[in-house]
Every structure is written in structure tokens, then in C-alpha cells.
Design a protein around this ligand. Structure first.
Ligand code: HEC
Length: 160
């Protein structure tokens, strides 16, 4: 073999090896993008759902997540009528125990004498329909009139 022939064959082999290397590199890239991208997406999906599951309840936007139903407030969940005391404690207490927004306070009889002189039926009606700052049924419209009356009775009994 002459020097000339050797360099020719050597050159061809070198170019061939480089071309093969380039092809391998291209294939590796193609496969990498096929196999890594979907699994990366999958990973973020898992992380996202994990985050949703572990996030404190108040931070989740429930409206945008149809799989999570907002827990019904305790008062609504039960079927039969609930005691006036339970309703008071769940719905009315926030205002009528602290006197917030000028609400007549439970246990403070002097704040109730004037109101009682209007007659109990007026008090019931005002608690059901709302009066001044107080929203109808204390803001929980799913209460029945009966339940609101029971809560008023409890409120008045405790305020004698
Ligand atoms: C958001 C605060 C708030 C909540 C919750 C609330 N109240 Fe009141 N309530 C008030 C305020 C303020 C008044 C005084 C309104 C006025 O006289 O202008 C009032 C007045 C009343 C009165 C007297 C009405 C009258 O005619 O003088 C009754 C009875 C009453 N509330 C019952 C209830 C009951 C029962 C609940 C729960 C189901 C409740 N309230 C929940 C704020 C509240």
C-alpha cells in the first residue's frame, strides 16, 4: 500500500466515523426529546396534583376544580331541624355574642327590652327577613323560617 492510498482510506474512514457520530448525536437528541419531554410533563402533573392535595384548604380555588366539592356548612348538612342553640352557635354568634355591627348582645337583657316590646312575631320576622345591618336569616339563607325562630327563641331565652 502506498502512502497515498493509506491517506485516502484513512481520510474516508475518518469522515465516515465523523458522519456516524453526527447521526448518533442527532438520533440521541430525537430520542431524548421523545422520552424526556412527556415524562417531564408527567412529573409536573404529579407535582401539581400533589400540591393541590396537600395545600391548605383555604388556598384552593374550589370553583375551578370540579373534583373537589366544598363541604357544606354543618348547619346545612344535617337533614332534620337543628336546635336553636346549634343554629345560634353556628350562624348568629359571630354578631350577637360580640355585639358586632351594633347587634343586640345575647345575655344583655337591657339591649333586648325595647326590641321585645315590638312583640316576638316582629323579632322573628326581622330575623328572617333581615333588619338594618343584619342579613336575612343571619346570612344563611338555607335555614328554614322554623330554624331561625328557634334560634331567636334561644337568643331571647338566654337574654332574659
Ligand atoms: C352579620 C351580623 C349578624 C348576624 C350573623 C346575625 N345578626 Fe341578628 N342582628 C344583627 C344586627 C346588627 C341587629 C340590629 C339591627 C337593627 O336593629 O338595626 C340584629 C338584630 C337581631 C334581632 C332583633 C330584631 C329586631 O326586630 O329588633 C334578632 C331577633 C336577631 N338579630 C336574631 C338573629 C338570629 C336568630 C341570627 C342567626 C340566625 C342572627 N340574628 C344573626 C346582626 C347580626
Amino acid at each position: 500500500m502506498t502512502d497515498g492510498q493509506f491517506y485516502k482510506i484513512f481520510g474516508i474512514l475518518t469522515v465516515g466515523i465523523i458522519i456516524i457520530a453526527i447521526i448518533i448525536a442527532i438520533l440521541a437528541n430525537v430520542f431524548a426529546s421523545y422520552s424526556f419531554h412527556p415524562s417531564n410533563q408527567y412529573k409536573t402533573e404529579i407535582e401539581n396534583s400533589e400540591q393541590i392535595r396537600t395545600e391548605p384548604e383555604g388556598k384552593i380555588n374550589l370553583a375551578s376544580n370540579p373534583t373537589i366539592k366544598q363541604e357544606a356548612p354543618i348547619v346545612v348538612a344535617s337533614s332534620g331541624p337543628i336546635s336553636g342553640k346549634d343554629i345560634y352557635n353556628n350562624v348568629c354568634m359571630s354578631c350577637h355574642t360580640s355585639g358586632a355591627a351594633g347587634a343586640p348582645m345575647i345575655g344583655n337583657s337591657s339591649q333586648w327590652t325595647d326590641r321585645l316590646s315590638k312583640g316576638k312575631d316582629t323579632l322573628y320576622a326581622n330575623a328572617i327577613n333581615g333588619i338594618g345591618v343584619m342579613p336575612a336569616k343571619g346570612g344563611l339563607s338555607s335555614l328554614t323560617d322554623e330554624e331561625v325562630r328557634a334560634a331567636v327563641d334561644y337568643l331571647l331565652d338566654e337574654s332574659n
